[in-house]
Design a protein around this ligand. Structure first.
Ligand SMILES: [Zn+2]
Length: 360
C-alpha cells in the first residue's frame, strides 16, 4: 500500500493528515521562518529541517500532488476535512507510516511493535496539542479521537560488571554508568512545544541519558549471575512502566587466592636469604595487605596463618583466616659475585640435606 521509503510529510509540517490547505500553508510558513538558514547560520540540523519542510510543502501544498501522495500512502483521500470516523483510518495509516519510516534496531520484529506503539503515542500527543490549541483558539474541527494507547513496558538493559574473586565472596558495591532513555524534561515527554517538534528531543519525547548508579553486589555471587535493578531500564511507552536494568556479573578468576569457605590461601615467594635469616614483608589480602614476619630458618612450603584476614561470613560477620605458604625462589641470572658467595656458603658448612635418605 505504501512504500517504506516515502516520508511522512504531515509529520514534517506538524499537521494532521486532515489539515486544511490553509493550515498546511500556515504550518509551512511558521516552520520555514523558524528553520531558515539565514536565521540559523551554520546549523546543520536547521538546514536539514528547512529542506525537509520545503520538500513536504512541495507535495502537500499542491492539491494534485497531495492527492497522489495521500493515495499512495493510504491517507484519507479527497476530503481534507474528513468526517470523524474516517480519521481513525487516517491515524492508522499515519501510525503505520511511521513504523516503516523508522529504522534502528536489533530485533526488527520486536522493534516494529515498539515503534508502532511509540509513534502511536506520538500521534496522541499531537492530537492533544491540537485539542489545546483548538480550545484556546475556539475555532477548528475536532481532533481525531485516538483510542487509548496500550501502555508498554520499556526495554530491559543488560550491562556487564566485572568483579574480583574476593569481591564475589565478600560482596561489594559498584558505581556503574548506564545509558537509558528518560522522558524529555523540556517538552515533558509531549514531543511538541507550541505545535513544533521539541528541539531538545527532536520530537521523540524522550532522551538517551547517562546515569550513575551505586549497585550492591551481594556476597557469594556466581559468575554470570544477573542482578535486577527494577525500573532503571528504558522508559516505558504510553505510561507503561520502565524496563529493568540487569547487571551481568563477571567474576575474575584469582591467580593468587584459593578459597575454602571463608578461608583464603595464597603462595608467596621468598628469597633464600629471607628463608635463612627471617624477614618481614607485606602480603596481599583479599581486601588490602598485611605485614607478616617469618622467622629465621623458615623452610620452603611452610604455612603461616593470619587470623581473621580471610573473608567475612555473610551471616555471622565472622572473618575466616588467610594462610600464607612461602616458597623459596632462587634469583635468576646470578652475578659472578653472587656465585662466589654461594660457594663460600657451601664451604662454610658441610651440609647434605639428602644424607638421611640412604640410611634406611
Ligand atoms: Zn522534548
Amino acid at each position: 500500500m505504501h512504500s517504506p521509503k516515502s516520508k511522512n510529510y504531515y509529520k514534517t509540517l506538524g499537521v494532521n493528515p486532515s489539515a486544511t490547505v490553509q493550515e498546511i500553508k500556515t504550518a509551512y510558513r511558521n516552520l520555514a521562518k523558524k528553520y531558515h538558514p539565514d536565521v540559523n547560520p551554520g546549523n546543520k540540523i536547521c538546514e536539514e529541517k528547512f529542506k525537509e519542510i520545503g520538500e513536504a510543502y512541495d507535495i502537500l501544498g499542491n492539491h494534485e500532488s497531495r492527492k497522489k501522495y495521500d493515495l499512495s500512502n493510504g491517507y484519507n483521500v479527497n476530503k481534507h476535512s474528513a468526517p470523524k470516523q474516517k480519521k481513525e483510518q487516517a491515524k492508522q495509516a499515519y501510525n503505520h507510516q511511521k513504523t516503516t519510516d523508522t529504522q534502528k534496531t536489533k530485533d526488527p520484529e520486536k522493534e516494529k511493535g515498539f515503534f508502532s506503539d511509540l509513534l502511536g503515542g506520538m500521534f496522541k500527543g499531537e492530537a492533544e496539542e491540537e485539542k489545546k490549541k483548538a480550545s484556546s483558539k475556539s475555532k477548528k474541527e475536532d481532533p481525531p479521537k485516538s483510542k487509548k494507547q496500550k501502555p508498554i513496558k520499556g526495554e530491559d538493559i543488560y550491562t556487564d560488571v566485572t568483579i574480583s574473586a574476593a569481591e564475589s565472596h565478600n560482596g561489594t558495591v559498584r558505581k556503574i554508568n548506564i545509558l537509558h532513555t528518560e522522558k524529555c524534561k523540556k517538552c515533558d515527554g509531549k514531543r511538541l512545544i507550541n505545535d513544533l517538534p521539541c528541539m531538545t528531543c527532536e520530537g521523540n519525547g524522550e532522551l538517551t541519558t547517562h546515569k550513575k548508579l551505586n549497585v550492591k553486589i551481594p556476597a557469594g555471587v556466581k559468575n554470570n549471575s544477573k542482578i535486577k535493578i527494577s525500573g532503571e531500564g528504558n522508559k516505558g511507552i504510553n505510561g507503561g512502566e520502565n524496563g529493568d536494568l540487569y547487571l551481568v556479573v563477571k567474576v575474575q578468576k584469582s591467580t593468587l587466592f584459593k578459597f575454602d569457605k571463608n578461608d583464603v590461601t595464597c603462595e608467596i615467594p621468598i628469597t633464600p636469604s629471607e628463608a635463612a635469616l627471617g624477614a618481614e614483608f607485606k602480603v596481599p589480602t583479599t581486601d588490602g595487605s598485611v605485614v607478616i614476619k617469618i622467622p629465621p630458618e623458615t623452610v620452603s612450603g611452610q604455612k603461616f596463618r593470619l587470623i581473621a584476614q580471610g573473608l567475612k561470613d555473610s551471616k555471622t560477620n565472622k572473618k575466616g583466616d588467610q594462610f600464607v605458604i612461602v616458597k623459596i625462589e632462587i634469583p635468576k641470572n646470578l652475578t659472578k659475585q653472587e656465585k662466589e658467595l654461594y660457594h663460600e656458603l657451601a664451604e662454610a658448612r658441610e651440609y647434605n640435606p639428602r644424607e638421611s635418605l640412604f640410611d634406611e
